[in-house]
Design a protein around this ligand. Structure first.
Ligand code: APR
Length: 306
């Protein structure tokens, strides 16, 4: 398996390092407009492969023709959030970058599965899908998996259960209007709503929603280790054809009562990418929140006039 990672910054390089250490692909190509930085990181990660005794070949390239035959292409190119910025503030800048990157993927890796990581995630997943012309199964937005990991951490912080006993689910946009779903989150086999009071539940939900912003505030840039871990889980599920269910941004065509929008919902991930959308039966409150989430994304799509 050949994986290309476009953008060798914090998220791209962390993904490359973690993926290389897993020894599940034959080649990883790093691409960045800052060529020497990408080469330097690729050399460092290659040396980590030597230390681990891993045979994955890691190298950097600045010519897009070298991404040909990639099975998976991960897009992390773009600018990250700075303190005080929302993911939406990145819209125009990152949309331009993603458009140029998508043209190259379409040209040189037309059979690949694309994983979009750059923000604002759902809008950029939509842009990538439309500009690439790929089937919707081959364009996956990685956002809900990260938010679900943050919810799991918030449950641990609040209730003390280990992450191995927690199965969290966050759907909707990878942004302020995300939906941490207590009704579909299970802790030690029990529903989260059953084992927590209203105040704790509210804390968990708020902590999940602000999990990314807190890192930006303290670190001065956005998160990269947990995003990289989430991308690696997705790549592993594709390479091993696992058919596991993860919340990812995908194009809705009538599912959840919505159309022509990419948004996070539970999907089955296997060798073909997104193989199925799972439809949850949302109650009235959840459905309304989901519609709010859809509208927030559509507003940004309209700004771009895609
Ligand atoms: N082609 C290739 N690489 C590019 C391009 C481009 N057209 N434009 C920018 N880049 C590169 C930058 O040179 C930089 O190395 O993308 C990289 C982004 O890395 P960082 O600035 O470290 O940002 P990072 O934290 O990795 O976040 C990247 O992922 O999680 C999202 O919100 C985040 O949109 C942001 C993206």
């Amino acid at each position: 398996m050949k994986v290309t990672i476009i953008g060798a910054g914090n998220v791209g390089a962390s993904t490359c390092f973690l993926l290389a250490s897993k020894n599940i692909c034959s080649e990883i190509v790093l691409i960045d407009i800052v060529e020497d930085m990408a080469i330097g990181k690729a050399i460092d990660i290659s040396q980590s492969c030597s230390a681990f005794g891993v045979d994955t070949l890691v190298y950097a390239q600045n010519e897009y023709s070298k991404i040909s035959n990639s099975d998976i292409v991960v897009i992390t190119a773009g600018v990250p959030r700075k303190p005080g910025m929302s993911r939406e503030d990145l819209l125009q800048t990152n949309a331009k970058i993603i458009s140029s990157v998508t043209d190259e993927i379409k040209k040189y890796a037309p059979n690949s599965i694309i994983i979009v990581v750059s923000n604002p995630l759902d809008v950029l997943t939509y842009v990538t899908l439309k500009l690439s012309g790929f089937e919707k199964s081959r364009v996956i937005g990685m956002g809900g998996m990260l938010d679900s990991a943050r919810m799991t951490q918030a449950i641990f912080d609040e209730l003390g259960y280990p992450s191995s006993k927690i199965n969290s689910l966050v759907i909707g946009t990878h942004g302020e209007e995300m939906l941490p779903l207590a009704r579909f989150t299970f802790v030690d086999g029990k529903n989260l709503e059953e084992i927590t009071d209203k105040a704790s539940l509210e804390k968990i939900i708020q902590k999940t929603k602000s999990g990314g912003a807190e890192i930006v505030k303290r670190l001065g840039t956005s998160a990269y280790y947990a995003p990289a871990a989430s991308v690696c889980i997705l790549i592993d599920a594709i390479i091993k054809d696992k058919k596991t269910i993860h919340p990812c941004s995908t194009l809705l065509q009538g599912e959840y009562g919505s159309n022509d929008v990419c948004i996070g919902v539970p999907v089955v991930i296997g060798k073909n990418g997104i193989e199925k959308i799972e439809e949850l039966s949302l109650n009235d409150k959840e459905s309304q929140e989901f519609i709010d989430s859809v509208n927030a994304i559509k507003k940004m799509i309209n700004i771009l006039k895609i």
